[in-house]
Design a protein around this ligand. Structure first.
Ligand SMILES: O=C(O)CCC(=O)C(=O)O
Ligand SMILES: [Fe+2]
Length: 352
């Protein structure tokens, strides 16, 4: 199969059409509405991100991953109460199976909040990032890139709101003034290291939308609604956008959050990607959007209780999943939030 045949199964969305004249914009919205119901994944074009910024982010990330392990461990995540920093390959699992990828997690650059017993627990997520001294250019580049993918993510979200028959700012009440901006630079080592084909196991992403930059090596796969796995190989000049669980919840399953995974590259090959997860404010509660009748009849429903407010409290859920994903960080910094079982159990990191 050629690359063209493979990607024929995932649609392309040119976000430039959202800013075109009214007739073109209306045609775009009609197209997007169809795409959103059928697919949780699409390729984004017309986004206007400077190709030089993209090239610099990838090249500089590769320089970080090429550092000796001891240098990378200087910013290991366990040093950050805010779940920021480096995780080495083979230390995370998805559904019990080892993931083979190393990564740096970055989020909104901030200062730590003083934590008292009265402080909402999610405020522990706020704080500074950890940056590598050995590659000082990484900080300004990733912060510039984070700003750009935030702009794109919000633009796509506005288009999605309009496609759902809502005003374009329908979600602004839960992302303004500060959305969550988790950015990961990721390296997947080849199978001679991984000794399994699991780069990252099957999962859904949690936020509004994910803006994914892939370098040149394929490996990303998406499960369609009928259960078939299709490839989502890199296409130069595009981002892969996938809609997350927050939108699935908000639309009672009209919008899909597709399960996806990454296959580890062949022996001797490494794969790089940069994933950006746009989420709402941490103190937001996910609303249920009242879709127009012609869309409402196509809602699929969701597997959790749609009206249970616990599932809809973003910060609390995010902190819970971070504590589960990174038990070493949880024990080092948040032991007061853990159950005796969590404190006693094996400290295995869960990616999702
Ligand atoms: O690396 C990729 O291509 C995708 C990564 C991913 O799905 C994730 O980190 O959630
Ligand atoms: Fe993902």
């Amino acid at each position: 199969m050629t690359i063209q045949e493979k990607i024929a199964t995932l649609p392309f969305v040119d976000i430039g059409r959202f800013h075109a004249d009214p007739a073109e914009r209306a045609a775009f919205i009609a197209d997007l509405r169809r795409i959103l119901f059928d697919h949780g994944f699409f390729y984004l074009t017309g986004h206007g991100v400077d190709p030089k910024l993209i090239a610099d982010v990838l090249a500089t990330s590769k320089r970080f991953f090429a550092l000796p392990l001891e240098e990378k461990l200087k910013i290991e995540m366990v040093k950050s109460p805010h779940f920021r920093g480096y995780n080495r390959a083979g230390y995370e699992r998805t559904r019990g199976q080892q993931d083979w990828r190393e990564q740096i997690d970055i989020n909104t650059e901030g200062t730590a909040v003083e934590i008292t017993p009265e402080t909402p627990a999610w405020k522990r997520l706020l704080g500074p990032n950890q940056w590598p001294e050995a590659v000082p250019e990484l900080k300004p580049l990733l912060l510039a890139y984070q700003a750009e993918v935030t702009r794109i993510g919000i633009d796509v979200l506005k288009a999605i709101a309009v496609a759902l028959g809502q005003p374009e700012d329908a979600f602004a009440q839960i992302y303004e003034p500060q959305p969550s901006q988790l950015l990961k630079i990721i390296r997947y080592p080849g199978r001679e290291v991984a000794q399994t084909d699991q780069g990252v196991g099957a999962h859904k992403d949690g936020g509004f939308v994910t803006v994914l930059l892939q370098d040149t090596v394929e490996g990303l796969r998406v499960q369609t609604e009928d259960g078939v796995w299709i490839d989502a190989p890199p296409v130069p000049g595009t981002f892969v956008i996938n809609t997350g669980e927050l939108l699935e919840l908000a639309t009672n399953g009209f919008v899909r959050a597709d399960v996806h995974d990454v296959i580890a590259p062949p022996a001797g090959v490494e794969r790089f990607s940069v994933a950006f997860f746009l989420g709402s404010r941490y103190d937001a509660t996910i609303p249920v959007i009242d879709l127009p009748e012609e869309l409402k009849i196509k809602e699929r429903g969701i597997t959790v209780d749609a009206l249970n407010p616990i599932f809809r409290e973003v910060g609390q859920n995010h902190l819970k999943s971070r504590l589960r994903s990174h038990p070493d960080v949880a024990r080092a910094h948040h032991a007061d939030l853990l159950t005796p079982e969590q404190l006693a159990g094996e400290a295995i990191a869960e990616a999702y």
